[in-house]
Ligand binder design. Structure first.
Ligand SMILES: [Zn+2]
Length: 257
C-alpha cells in the first residue's frame, strides 16, 4: 500500500483543546503504583504474578514492583528501584528473577521505557492456541503490524542471556504474546504501555468469541485501521491513563502512600 492510500488519524486530524487532568501531580512511584492497581482492577493480573518496569529516559535505574505483593495491594512506597543489571538499589523488598526480561528489553529498545508483563486470561487462552488474535474490532487497530508471537514456551526467563534472546525475538514490537504463558507490552510512556495492556485482553476475548460463532468475521480495511491506530496512540492513551488514575485514586487514596 502506498503512503498516499493510508488514512490519516491522530493529532494531525484532530487534537483536543482541553483534556480532563488526573488532578494531582504523581511521583514516579505513585504513578507506577496506580498503574498496577488499575491493571489488576480490570483483570490483567494473575494473582501475584507479573511485573512492570519503568526506566525513565536517560536513566539506567528502573522502577519495579516487589516480589510477592499482589498488584492490587501495592502502594507507592512498595515500589523498588533496580540498576540496569537487576540489583535492588532502593526499596524494602526483593524483586523477581524474571526482571531480566525487562532489563534486556530496556537495554535494546530506546522506545521501550515501560515494559509490562502478566498472564491475563483471554491472552493466555489465545496463547494456548499458538496464535495471535485476529483484529476484528477498531480497538484492535492499536496492534496493527505491532504484534509478535513467541511460539515456544521454555520455562522461566530468569537470566540475562535468556532474556536477551527473548528481546531479540520481540524485535521492535510493542505487543508480544508468549506461547502457553502471557503477554509483554511496551510503550514510551506509562500511559501508552498501560493502554496497550488494558486493551489486549479484550481484543483476545473478542477474537476468541468471534471464533466460537464459527462464522467468518467481516474484514476491516487496513487503510482505515492505520488512521485509527494513530488516533488510539496519540489521543486515547493519555486520556485513558488520566481517567484510570482518577478512578484508582478515588477508590483507594492509600495507593499514593
Ligand atoms: Zn509470566
Amino acid at each position: 500500500m502506498s503512503v498516499g492510500e493510508v488514512r490519516q488519524g491522530g493529532l494531525k486530524v484532530w487534537s483536543p483543546s482541553v483534556t480532563p487532568p488526573i488532578g494531582v501531580d504523581l511521583t514516579e512511584e505513585q504513578a507506577l503504583a496506580v498503574a498496577f492497581r488499575h491493571l489488576a482492577s480490570i483483570g490483567f493480573a494473575e494473582n501475584m504474578a507479573g511485573h512492570i518496569t519503568w526506566q525513565p529516559e536517560g536513566r539506567t535505574e528502573m522502577l519495579v514492583n516487589p516480589w510477592g505483593l499482589w498488584w492490587q495491594e501495592l502502594t507507592a512506597s512498595d515500589i523498588c528501584v533496580v540498576d540496569e543489571n537487576a540489583h535492588v538499589v532502593r526499596g524494602r523488598w526483593d524483586v523477581t528473577p524474571a526482571i531480566h526480561i525487562h532489563t534486556e528489553l530496556h537495554r535494546m529498545r530506546d522506545d521501550a521505557r515501560v515494559v509490562i508483563h502478566n498472564h491475563p486470561y483471554y491472552v493466555s487462552l489465545i496463547a494456548a492456541l499458538g496464535k495471535l488474535p485476529d483484529l476484528v474490532h477498531q480497538t484492535g487497530s492499536l496492534f496493527l503490524d505491532d504484534m509478535r508471537f513467541v511460539e515456544t514456551y521454555d520455562g522461566e526467563v530468569d537470566s540475562a542471556p535468556r532474556a536477551r534472546e527473548l528481546a531479540e525475538r520481540i524485535g521492535d514490537a510493542n505487543l508480544t504474546i508468549l506461547a502457553n504463558h502471557g503477554v509483554i507490552t511496551t510503550g514510551g510512556t506509562v500511559a501508552e504501555a498501560v493502554y496497550r495492556a488494558a486493551s489486549i485482553d479484550r481484543v483476545c476475548k473478542l477474537a476468541y468469541q468471534v471464533m466460537l460463532t464459527g462464522q467468518q468475521p467481516t474484514e476491516m480495511n487496513r487503510s482505515d485501521m492505520y488512521g485509527m491506530k494513530a488516533s488510539l496512540i496519540e489521543r486515547a492513551a493519555d486520556v485513558y491513563w488520566a481517567g484510570a488514575a482518577r478512578m484508582t485514586i478515588k477508590a483507594d487514596p492509600e495507593v499514593l502512600n
